[in-house]
Design a binder for this molecule. Structure first.
Ligand code: NAG
Ligand code: NAG
Ligand code: NAG
Ligand code: NAG
Ligand code: NAG
Ligand code: NAG
Ligand code: NAG
Ligand code: NAG
Length: 900
């Protein structure tokens, strides 16, 4: 295609040359433009480019009085192609080329530098690549030069001339590297107003000499690069500067107080640098400052009261630092303030009420994750424009501001994780714009007000972990925009199924006799909330049958009903498009057979049916539930029969807990196939719950609550015994990724295998309460990561091995109640008589391997408290995060309770 195009073009050129003699200059320009057009793809926007008409009438072309082309202005014209044939010697009067926002590819041709009349060149937002030809720096009159948003890689710095005519230079968002471009610093340029090098890979120090070379800069953006060293104090001599944007570099050495001398500064953005130090009081002198953004910059000072003098400030963002001390009341003087954010600091004291006495402009207020005490600010009802109010994770007392409903613009309200008591204020229902209400982890009591159903914009409602009680108001069913609903950890009671409503004759539906048919169940409070992605009702006092219509919520990803008193069979469903990833039904009173509905959940990652009264065999189709299943707990039910070998078809299973059931029979041969067990390094599993990005803030500053990453570290083991028998397969020593092995409280006999030291990632080994005999193999001391060891209540004998890691495990009880162990840390010294019954050498090898396999399988079957590779990893949005962590913690805490 390309060679063909070239050929076409060459023949075209020949054509042009052949006819040139008779052409006027204007015609030559026309021919040149048409020639270039012919190399472009999809040049529909250039349909007016025809030699039958004057170039001056063409789309995007401007001429001077003499009919010469002076401007080529084709931004956003849908042009594809290269710039290779743009230049022509015919353009004698061209001053302006604007080709931004097209799809030009390839390199920038050096011959553009021959357009000596050019003052304006904008090639931004294309797909240009390669080096920026140094010849362009020779354009004698160039004033505006924009190459931003391309893939340019190289600035031919050493050959570039100083561009003394430049007023505006943007190379932003390319792949340029190296130190600060030298050509900018080689001569004093009194015209330069705007310099944007952001979004590249420049590194090295910021040039001290910049104020000498470009003393009239108004706009300087060097953000998102790798510049390091300190912010030059000399920058204070950039006396015309209005915007200084240095965020996301590697700048250190604090904020120079001299920046307070740049009196015209309107925007100062220094965040995401490891700056350190304090906020200079001098910044309070910046009378015109509108935006001060120094987030995540390791600032460690108190907040200077002088910032209260910033009487033009609209946007103040100092989050994620180590700021401490109180919030100065002087800040209340900033009446222009619209956006106030200081989350993630150590600010203490009360939130000054003055902040809210004259807050007519305030739209955004976030002081979450600080050390604020005192009562929650009751004056915020005076902030009529308030959209976002976040004070979560402080130590605020008192009640939820009672007049909050007077803030009619409020979209996002988060007071979670404080010490707030009282009840949910009435009038919440009148907040028609409220999309997110977070009250969790406080001491809020009373009922859920039924007018909540009027707050129909709500998408996120979290009242988890409070002392709320009573029945859930039926009006919750009106909150049809809910995406996440967390009512967990309260004392809500009542039934959520249609069971109750079925008794009302008015809602009786013809075929609703079968409790699992959903036609009769759509009246359940939750089943009409069709956008729900997360529903957490766990740890309440809810009871009754489960409404089968819950399974029809097609976007539901997390459903946690654990820790209630639901009973009956888990209903079935004919709906197969479930998105469910995490299902917790544990600690209820479910009975009946293995829930057939699980066949519908093809994306499950976590399934917890533990602590119920389900009585059935484990069906073979369990191996086909969901290829993504990582955590499966069926513990403490009444499952009987044998363990289906199909479990090994679950390729990502990491935790299998079958303890406390009535399972018997042999160990499936194929258990050795658990693929994750064999690898030392496992891809980090993640439960990702995609709650849509959440925008608020109606204006130019869109705030996105980004997903956060949290690591879950739980390593607590438990086991109780069940009987196993039968043939034991071989091939077990390959399971080297094992980190935790618990086989306690079984009837294991024989010896601890000599090569147990090969499981070199093992962190926890519990073999207690068995009938193991013989010595403790010396290879145990090779387990470099071992932090937990328990061998008590066995028949072990002989000298306790010593060695690096074992030295740290000095609690004698871990060896207690054995037949004849001796040596430290026990007080029994070793004598000749205390030598153990050494395991027979001959023919024992096989026995040992066999034992080992048995043990691991026993561990597997009894709980599989074996974490492989990376620990469980949650990468989710906060709401889901709480749910996920809570669920995991519940699992662990639960298990710890059982162990102790
Ligand atoms: C032009 O490029 C864009 C972006 O690569 C592409 O989507 C479009 O299809 C192209 N148009 C033509 C006519 O090739
Ligand atoms: C040439 O200009 C005339 C008059 O302005 C117009 O009617 C005609 O459509 C143009 N031709 C093309 C090919 O644009
Ligand atoms: C166009 O360029 C030519 C050659 O440089 C020059 O002689 C002429 O004066 C220019 N025309 C205008 C209107 O600037
Ligand atoms: C810019 O100045 C430096 C040092 O003064 C010099 O080494 C370099 O050659 C100069 N570059 C140009 C393009 O003038
Ligand atoms: C930042 O600078 C420090 C030294 O000042 C260096 O060790 C570190 O690697 C740099 N970080 C980045 C991301 O460039
Ligand atoms: C700035 O604020 C401080 C304390 O809030 C005050 O003492 C000082 O006089 C103010 N300075 C100016 C120039 O207004
Ligand atoms: C706030 O913290 C500082 C230490 O950073 C401490 O000196 C001060 O007493 C605290 N104030 C209150 C009200 O707790
Ligand atoms: C509130 O603002 C008004 C007018 O802007 C002003 O007169 C009044 O003094 C301010 N009140 C406080 C407490 O700052």
């Amino acid at each position: 295609m390309a060679p063909l195009k070239k050929l076409l073009h060459i023949s075209l050129l020949v054509l042009i040359c052949a006819s040139k003699v008779s052409n006027t200059e204007a015609e030559a320009e026309a021919e040149a433009l048409v020639g270039w057009k012919s190399t472009l793809v999809g040049a529909n926007s250039l349909s007016s480019w025809s030699t039958t008409n004057s170039t001056c009438s063409w789309f995007g072309v401007s001429c001077d009085a003499a009919g010469h082309v002076t401007e080529l202005s084709l931004p956003n014209a849908g042009l594809n192609g290269t710039l290779d044939y743009l230049y022509s010697a015919a353009f004698l009067n061209l001053t302006k080329i604007k080709l931004n926002n097209n799809n030009f590819v390839g390199a920038i041709p050096a011959n553009i530098s021959k357009l000596l009349t050019l003052t304006y060149l904008d090639l931004g937002s294309n797909n240009l690549a390669g080096a920026i030809p140094y010849q362009l720096s020779n354009l004698p009159m160039i004033a505006r030069f924009n190459l931003a948003n391309n893939h340019l890689t190289n600035l031919e710095n050493s050959k570039s001339s100083p561009m003394s005519s430049l007023k505006m230079l943007s190379l932003a968002n390319n792949d340029l590297s190296g130190t600060f471009p030298q050509f900018i610093l080689n001569c004093t340029n009194l015209r330069m107003r705007s310099l944007d090098l952001s979004g590249n890979a420049f590194s090295g120090p910021l040039p001290d000499s910049l104020p000498e070379m470009a003393p009239r800069l108004r706009y300087l953006n060097l953000s998102v690069n790798g510049f390091y060293g300190s912010i030059p104090r000399s920058f204070s001599r950039l006396q015309k500067l209005e915007e200084l944007i240095l965020r996301r570099n590697n700048l250190t050495g604090g904020i120079p107080p001299e920046l307070g001398m740049i009196s015209g500064l309107r925007i100062l953005s220094l965040g995401s640098n490891p700056l350190g130090g304090s906020i200079p009081t001098s910044l309070g002198q910046l009378q015109l400052l509108q935006l001060l953004r120094i987030r995540n910059a390791s600032l460690g000072s108190t907040l200077p009261p002088e910032l209260g003098n910033l009487t033009s400030l609209k946007y103040l963002e100092l989050g994620e630092n180590q700021l401490h001390g109180g919030l100065p009341p002087s800040f209340a003087r900033i009446q222009t303030l619209l956006f106030f954010a200081m989350p993630g600091n150590n600010i203490n004291g009360t939130i000054p009420t003055e902040m809210f006495t004259n807050c007519t402009k305030l739209e955004y207020f976030d002081v979450s994750r600080n050390l604020f005490t005192g009562s929650s600010p009751s004056h915020i009802s005076k902030c009529k424009k308030l959209k976002v109010f976040v004070v979560s994770r402080n130590f605020l007392t008192g009640s939820i501001p009672s007049h909050i409903s007077e803030c009619k613009e409020l979209v996002y309200f988060d007071v979670s994780e404080n010490l707030l008591a009282g009840s949910i204020p009435v009038g919440i229902g009148s907040m028609r714009k409220l999309q997110a209400l977070f009250l969790s982890k406080n001491h809020v009591a009373g009922n859920m007000p039924s007018d909540i159903g009027n707050a129909t914009s709500l998408q996120f409602l979290d009242v988890g972990s409070n002392h709320l009680q009573g029945e859930l108001p039926k009006t919750i069913s009106l909150l049809v925009n809910l995406v996440a609903l967390d009512l967990s950890g309260n004392k809500f009671t009542g039934i959520i199924s249609n069971h109750g409503s079925r008794q009302l004759p008015v809602v009786k539906v013809a075929n609703s006799t079968d409790s699992s048919s959903f036609s009769g169940e759509s009246r359940s409070v939750f089943c009409g909330l069709t956008l729900l992605q997360l529903l957490d009702l766990s740890n309440n006092e809810l009871f009754g049958d489960l409404p089968g219509c819950l399974w029809n919520l097609k976007d539901l990803q997390t459903l946690d009903l654990s820790g209630n008193a639901f009973d009956g069979e888990v209903p079935s469903s004919t709906f197969y498009n479930s998105s469910l990833r995490s299902l917790h039904l544990s600690s209820n009173n479910f009975t009946g057979c293995f829930p057939v509905v699980l066949k519908n959940f093809k994306y499950l990652v976590v399934l917890d049916l533990g602590d119920n009264k389900i009585s059935d065999v484990i069906p073979p189709w369990i191996g086909e539930i969901s290829p993504s299943l990582r955590i499966l707990s069926l513990r403490s039910n009444m499952f009987y029969g044998s363990i289906p070998s199909q479990l090994t078809q679950l390729p990502h299973l990491q935790l299998l807990d079958l303890a406390e059931n009535k399972l018997v029979g042999s160990i499936p041969e194929s258990f050795v196939d658990f693929s994750l067990m064999r690898h030392t390094f496992v891809m980090q599993p993640s439960v990702t719950i995609d709650i849509p990005k959440w925008y608020f803030y109606n204006g130019s500053m869109a705030i996105i609550w980004k997903g956060r990453e949290y690591t879950f570290k739980g390593r607590h083991a438990f086991v109780t015994g069940i009987d196993l028998s039968g043939e034991i397969p071989s091939g077990l020593t390959s399971l080297r990724g094992m980190q935790l092995l618990n086989m306690s409280r079984n009837n294991l006999t024989g010896y601890i295998p000599k090569d147990i030291g090969n499981l070199n990632l093992l962190e926890s080994l519990d073999l207690s309460w068995n009938k193991l005999s013989g010595p403790i193999p010396p290879s145990v001391s090779n387990l470099m990561f071992l932090t937990t060891l328990n061998l008590n209540n066995n028949l072990l004998s002989g000298e306790i091995p010593t060695g690096s890691q074992l030295q740290t495990l000095e609690d004698p009880s871990i060896y207690g109640n054995n037949l004849g162990l001796c040596g430290p840390p026990l007080c029994t010294p070793c004598t000749k008589n205390s030598s153990s019954t050494t395991p027979p050498v001959d023919g024992d090898h096989e026995h040992e391997a066999v034992w080992m396999y048995y043990s691991v399988i026993a561990g597997t079957v009894l709980g599989f408290w074996v974490w492989f590779g990376a620990l469980f990893f949650c990468k989710i949005w906060r709401f889901a995060f709480f749910n996920c962590i809570d669920a995991m913690q519940r699992m662990v805490v639960h298990k710890m309770e059982r162990t102790s």
